[in-house]
Design a binder for this molecule. Structure first.
Ligand code: ZN
Length: 929
């Protein structure tokens, strides 16, 4: 599954996982081994009668039990059946059900218990058949409905989303990943619909006389319940290839099939490239498999890797260069590569339980960018392994409550969903990348091939992964440099332990020796603990810079390690090359000064851009953790005036935005930070310019996007004038804006525009056929400063045929609270229309959290907290109260750091525009008094 970042719910979710002990009663703990399911589904869409949006189901499960049992416990959620609908039989005949209590539902744990008159024998094959009915749901889980408008007509379709625990909403089943079976599907679809799609090819088609067509499909490979998928729709494929029955297609609404060419081209190339890399051809695992990618108008996750039938949000699969910038091309490539990787990691070999979801998602997260870098180098995904994954992983992993990658505290559906988070995706992906650099490509490929072939159609465990990689290591002798270490020991110190280290570097320049000390890094500097990690250490020096060799010099396993460097002069030394290791590096002040001197003194190009980015990214973290002063951070930031690299600016803008966000609400200090940021950006803005150029590569285009979006947000005069003019020309004269400049133009235009401009963009979002454009507009509508429009936007999902679909329910809310000066509008809306808002959002906790997370000043926090405490109909407020507590801690942090920040600017007052420089000087004088 491809997870979209849900910043709005992070705190609530952490509370869930971090404070409650996991309840083992959610597990089946069964002796039953299912081997086959035959599932038949007949859906009813807008029939206008009581059957509308329901389906009839018929499942037959073949199974054995390891021990005699007189009760069958299986999952079933929101499905309707009675004991009369149940038949159990074996070769000898029908098995009678318990006469007094044949069937019990346990809705809290989503189980059905079928009680038998006698006992089923161990080792004997039985079949369990259940006829049932269920809803075609609205919540985008299980078997759910979608609609879209085509030539003024509303079209309905039925799609599925089973992972992780929704298969039980579609058919009674043993819904745990390790209980794999072969599934044979039959779908009855309305005759006016296109042939249905499932995991495998169609085996037979029969016209029924009742307006339906019956389609029988080939059996699937042996697989987990969460991978079952089907689609009943009128979607079509403009591009379909059936090369020697290795079928491959991309399906979309008929009006959008002209946007599928890139996904088709890249998707075919990536499935071949991954098959070559893993040494297992996709089509070789089952001769009835095909591979379809489906663009759905409404889809909760980003995408889902159902075996042979991958489903996506439209905006993540469809791409037209004229309408979407190169970033969207990268995003399509990345997500198609992610889902395709799952065909091996997840589908062929599956995590045994959700505690080790990383065995699926960590590999998908790594290969989404690694394989893309090999076959589509122009989109720069090799660097995104660092700036996208490592950075996110470090941030998610810096609090005492961060879980380990293997998380044994996962049982309930809510805990399972929550473990589909940054630790499972980006951190595991980054650990896998670190191991790849450690053991080398040959050992890595041999190891992965061994894991996939030895465990195919079975469950995967971390130990099986370690032993497979060990095989690669032994074949290539690739850990010979590190005697006493095995890949399993090294890798498990990162997989089973929470957190990550910071490496303290102390250089003795006289002796030419370095002392390294490791400790777990906490963003709250007052925490300490004793974990040690087996750290692959890479480094290079200014005497002989080599950032290309990422093979570690040694593995550090103790708390401290001292070593000598031959022929080391008074020069800089840098650790963690290209950030191949998932650890921060903190240099002693002399060593840091040498690096900063090199960066400022024309040696910038000698230091790899990913390490220049790392210096900045780590210093921001150390500043927020109270480990370095603002003046130390700022001393490094000043070098950015001669920096033009996208990745370094990505790190810098990330840090500057966090800094700005912390100080929001403290008017003057925030203004000073903004002015200083613009000063740092000045040369880069001039270098990149305000328009696209023919010579632009992918990273240059993205750099311009990120730099100008920040510059305009901070009211850079030229930037604002340029993009307001562009926006006016677009709205008033119909001159389209190049795709990469649309985000900044639309947002700036709306910010300096009127309610009429908001209406214009809303209309464009409602009528565009391009999902990326609709998504982009949804993200920037909150930029308007017209209060009436903002109020309208907050409840816009209620409009008839609103382009804000249920998958994007929180988009208006995050758009509006994203601007601190509009938080009061959300707060008023929430208080005055509570009943209406409760009808919009399935969980008000999400809303409370979004609001709480946007508050900065003590006064704002107090006001919201007292309202929350007095609200009797608000339900669960724990997440919001925790967010408010961290907001209060932030306000205190700001209070205690303000003076130091202003003092740091004192020495650089000339760097600011003169009026602000004056303010700084006055403030410094005032504060110091
Ligand atoms: Zn995934």
């Amino acid at each position: 599954m491809f997870r979209l970042v849900k910043t709005l719910v992070i705190v609530a979710a952490c509370l869930l996982i971090c404070s409650n002990a996991s309840d083992p009663n959610y597990r089946l703990n069964t002796t039953i081994k299912p081997s086959k399911y035959a599932i038949s589904i007949m859906p009813f869409f807008d029939t206008g009668d009581e059957r509308a949006f329901t389906f009839n189901g018929d499942v037959t499960i073949t199974f054995t039990s390891d021990e005699p049992i007189n009760q069958i416990k299986l999952h079933s959620q929101d499905l309707t059946f009675s004991s009369d609908n149940i038949t159990i039989s074996n070769a000898a005949g029908t098995v009678p059900l318990n006469e007094t209590k044949a069937l019990e539902f346990d809705s809290a744990y989503t189980f059905a218990h079928i009680n038998l008159q006698g006992a089923l024998q161990a080792g004997v094959e039985y079949t369990l058949r259940i006829l049932y009915e269920g809803p075609i749901r609205e919540d985008l889980t299980g078997f759910y409905r979608n609609n879209y408008i085509e030539k003024g007509v509303k079209k309905w379709l039925g799609a599925t989303q089973m992972e992780p625990t929704h298969a039980r909403k579609v058919f009674p089943c043993f819904d745990e990943p390790e209980l794999k079976a072969v599934f044979t599907l039959t779908i009855m679809r309305p005759a006016s619909y296109k042939p249905s799609l499932t995991n495998t090819k169609i085996a037979a088609t029969t016209d029924l006389s009742n307006g339906y067509v019956r389609e029988d499909f080939h059996p699937t490979p042996r697989m987990s319940t969460y991978l079952v998928a089907f689609l009943v729709s009128e979607l079509e494929a403009q591009y379909y290839s059936s090369n020697n029955s290795m079928e491959f297609g991309v399906f979309a609404r008929p009006e959008a099939t002209n946007q599928t060419e890139y996904a088709f081209d890249f998707g075919k190339r990536v499935v071949d490239a991954l098959g070559d890399y893993f040494g297992v051809n996709y089509y070789s695992t089952n001769n009835q498999l095909k591979l379809d990618h489906i663009a759905l108008p409404n889809f909760r996750a980003g995408a889902m890797e159902n075996w042979g039938l991958v489903k996506y949000r439209e905006a993540l699969l469809l791409y037209v260069p004229e309408e979407s910038g190169p970033y969207y091309k990268y995003r399509v490539a990345q997500i198609v590569a992610h889902e395709t990787t799952h065909m091996w990691f997840g589908n062929l070999v599956t995590c045994h339980w959700w505690s080790n979801t990383w065995l699926n998602e960590g590999f998908a997260n790594y290969f989404q960018d690694y394989i893309t870098a090999l076959i589509e180098p122009e989109v720069g995904s090799g660097n995104i392994l660092v700036t996208g994954s490592v950075y996110a992983a470090l941030d998610a992993d810096e609090s005492p409550s961060s879980p380990p990658i293997t998380n044994d505290n996962v049982s309930s559906p809510a805990e399972i969903s929550e473990h589909f988070g940054t630790i499972t995706y980006q951190k595991a992906g980054s650990v896998i990348r670190m191991m790849h650099h450690l053991i080398g490509d040959e050992a890595f490929r041999i190891g992965l091939n061994s894991y996939l072939t030895a465990n195919q159609f079975q469950a995967g465990y971390p130990e099986l992964m370690y032993s497979a990689l060990e095989k690669g290591v032994n074949t290539t002798n690739s850990l010979a440099l590190y005697p006493g270490h095995t890949i399993g020991d090294i890798m498990s110190s990162w997989i089973s332990q929470a957190g990550h280290p910071v490496l303290d570097v102390q250089v003795n320049y006289e002796a030419g020796s370095v002392t390294l000390t490791q400790r777990r890094f906490y963003i709250n500097g007052s925490h300490t603990s004793d974990e040690t990690y087996k750290i692959p250490i890479t480094y290079t020096t200014g005497d002989n810079p080599n950032f290309v060799n990422t093979k570690p010099a040694f593995i550090m396993e103790g708390k401290t390690h001292t070593f000598n460097i031959h022929n080391f002069t008074q020069n800089w030394i840098i650790f963690n090359l290209q950030e191949t290791g998932i650890y921060r590096v903190k240099y002693d002040s002399q060593s840091l000064q040498m690096i900063i001197k090199a960066l400022k003194g024309g040696e910038l190009e000698k230091i790899h851009y990913l390490n220049r980015a790392k210096i900045i990214n780590d210093l921001f973290a150390f500043y927020f953790a109270d480990e370095v002063s603002f003046s130390t951070l700022n001393d490094a930031l000043l070098y950015l005036q001669s920096e033009t690299d996208f990745n370094v600016w990505y790190a810098a803008i990330r840090g500057l935005n966090k800094l700005r966000s912390r100080y929001l609400g403290t008017d003057t200090v925030a203004d000073i930070i903004d002015a200083h940021t613009l000063h740092l950006l000045h040369n880069t803005i001039a270098y990149l310019g305000f328009e696209e150029r023919e010579s632009d590569d992918f990273e240059t285009t993205r750099n311009r996007m990120q730099v100008l979006e920040l510059a305009c947000k901070l009211d850079h005069t030229e930037c604002v004038e340029h993009f307001v003019a562009k926006f006016r020309n677009f709205v008033d004269n119909g001159v389209e804006i190049p795709p990469s400049l649309r985000p900044v133009s639309y947002c700036t235009g709306l910010r300096y525009g009127t309610g009429a401009d908001y209406d214009f963009m809303w209309h464009r979002m409602s009528t565009t056929n391009v999902a990326n454009e609709a998504r982009l507009i949804g993200e920037v509508l909150g930029c308007t400063t017209d209060e009436a429009s903002l109020k309208k936007f907050l409840v816009s999902m209620l409009e008839e045929n609103s382009p804000i679909m249920s998958q994007d329910l929180t988009v208006p809310l995050s758009g509006v609270v994203g601007n601190h000066s509009h938080v009061h509008i959300v707060l008023d809306g929430l208080k005055n229309n509570f009943t209406l808002w409760s009808s919009i959002y399935p969980s008000m906790d999400t809303v409370f959290n979004a609001v709480a997370g946007a508050l900065r000043t003590e006064a704002e926090i107090n006001e919201f907290e007292s309202w929350l405490n007095s609200c009797t109909e608000c339900g669960d407020k724990d997440g919001a109260l925790a967010t408010l507590a961290s907001g209060r801690a932030n306000a205190m942090w700001v209070e205690s750091h303000k003076t130091e920040l202003l003092n740091a600017f004192k020495g650089h007052a000339v760097a600011l525009p003169s009026s602000l420089a004056l303010i700084v000087l006055c403030l410094v004088v005032l504060r110091l008094n």
